[in-house]
Design a protein around this ligand. Structure first.
Ligand code: AMP
Ligand code: MG
Length: 413
């Protein structure tokens, strides 16, 4: 890349928002759905809403162990009533005879005619009668039919990433299978003659291919299927061959490294030869060019090879693209606010995303410590950090100022 390309005039730069909107607009939501048993649905994205065919609860039921009766039959403390039926959970009751009480247990249906449940702690069992040692109020300790879920209502909307509570709710309304979006297939390739696969010996000049593993892990967390295209040698021919094989199999091709415009960077000319490519200069750091294009109709995203840049590019661009492809609307980053535990007197003209660690002081106030290294090669900073701080463009910061923070716990799932 020439010096002028490295430092383009800021007006030529896209804002992060402009760039991500364009990327997300190009994501075609997958239309193929599959039906999976409830036990296998965790982490999948729901393709069709779950609509309840039943009321939950399906009848009025007792929230307590006690006695079901008509409140009017026990207006004064000390009233005695014959016990006319016994109702454990799971039975179907007879209507309650006037002037009697039903022994009832938590979860059992309220018999027709009863309008209240008195808890057993204030009752005395006397052979086949019960003494009610309290003034009885109507409408106590009863859970009403449909109070939780009404029949025909949408209980989980399409586009939801299924978490344990969704699985439980689907079971509550009796669903045995769910219709989910087919997982996006993402082909991953790492370009660079210096790369060696972990487990193999490291010759002088070589480094381990960490990006393939970082990207695989992030893709798996998003519920994607990963196609490993391996390490691609730094030649135009090998790069073209790998890219076209990748595009033929995948919904998205993701490449790490080789997207600059140096002599050893062949991804750009290879994608241009096979399809089309935009090399975007975005007003963010890190985030040297993000390459976005298509190969035979398959979308392509290329990230710089620096391990931290790969993470940041993934979080800022690849993740929103894949969420949209899965039919999710919640692809926008949702930063939290915390206080800067540092001064930042000389802001950059670009928005910066730095590795930072969130901690809480004794008063429970969230603060952010910044990692001392700004190098995008230092991957140990990513495990020291628990998120990315967003340093706004052109804005000096003082210790105690509010800043935005993207916790990894939110963005790497
Ligand atoms: P590049 O974008 O190809 O110019 O690579 C930038 C830097 O990232 C170089 O120092 C590369 O050695 C390093 N790098 C490239 N690919 C990987 C990878 N797959 N894993 C770890 N480091 C990489
Ligand atoms: Mg390279």
């Amino acid at each position: 890349m020439s010096a002028t390309e490295c430092t383009p005039h800021l007006n030529d730069l896209l804002s992060y928002e402009q760039a991500v909107e364009q990327i997300v607009a190009a994501a075609q939501p997958l239309t193929e759905h599959r039906s999976v048993p409830l036990r296998e649905a965790l982490g999948c994205v729901l393709a069709e809403p779950v609509i309840s065919s039943i009321d939950v609860p399906g009848w009025d039921y007792s929230a307590m162990d006690g006695y079901a009766l008509r409140a009017a039959d026990s207006a004064h403390s000390g009233a005695e009533l014959p016990v006319s039926q016994r109702l454990p959970a799971g039975v179907s009751p007879e209507p309650l005879e006037p002037g009697t009480a039903a022994r009832i247990f938590t979860g059992a249906p309220i018999p027709a005619g009863a309008d209240t449940v008195v808890m057993q702690e204030v009752c005395e069992a006397l052979d086949d009668r019960v003494r009610i040692n309290t003034e009885v109020q109507p409408d106590s300790n009863i859970r009403r039919r449909g109070e939780d879920i009404e029949r025909d209502s949408v209980v989980i909307p399409a586009g939801t990433k299924l978490q344990p509570q969704h699985i439980g709710l689907a079971a509550t309304v009796g669903c045995a299978r769910l219709s989910v979006v087919r997982p996006p297939k993402v082909a991953l390739l790492a370009s660079g003659d210096e790369l060696v696969t972990p487990g193999e010996p490291l010759e002088p000049g070589k480094i381990y291919n960490s990006n393939l593993f970082s990207a695989t892990a992030m893709l798996q967390a998003l519920g994607c299927e990963v196609i490993d295209m391996g390490i691609v040698e730094d030649t135009l021919q090998a790069t073209k061959a790998a890219l076209s094989r990748a595009a033929a199999q995948a919904d998205l091709v993701l490449a790490s490294g080789g997207v600059s415009v140096g002599e050893e960077d062949h991804v750009k000319p290879a994608v241009e030869a096979l399809g089309s490519l935009d090399l975007w200069k975005i007003a963010i750091r890190p985030g040297k060019p993000v390459a976005f294009g298509t190969i035979g109709g398959t979308p392509f995203i290329g990230s710089p090879g620096n391990p931290v840049s790969l993470f940041v590019t993934f979080i800022l661009f690849v993740r929103p693209f894949l969420l949209r492809m899965q039919g999710r609307d919640d692809w926008r980053l949702q930063p939290m606010t915390a206080k800067a535990d540092f001064d930042w007197p000389k802001p950059d003209k670009r928005r910066e995303f730095h590795r930072a660690r969130l901690f809480y002081d004794e008063a429970g106030i969230p603060w952010l410590k910044m990692h001392p290294s700004r190098s995008s090669g230092v991957l140990s900073s990513m495990t020291w950090a628990n998120g990315l701080i967003v340093i706004p463009e052109n804005t000096p910061l003082k210790r105690g100022d509010d800043v935005r923070f993207l916790p990894f716990s939110e963005i790497l799932t």
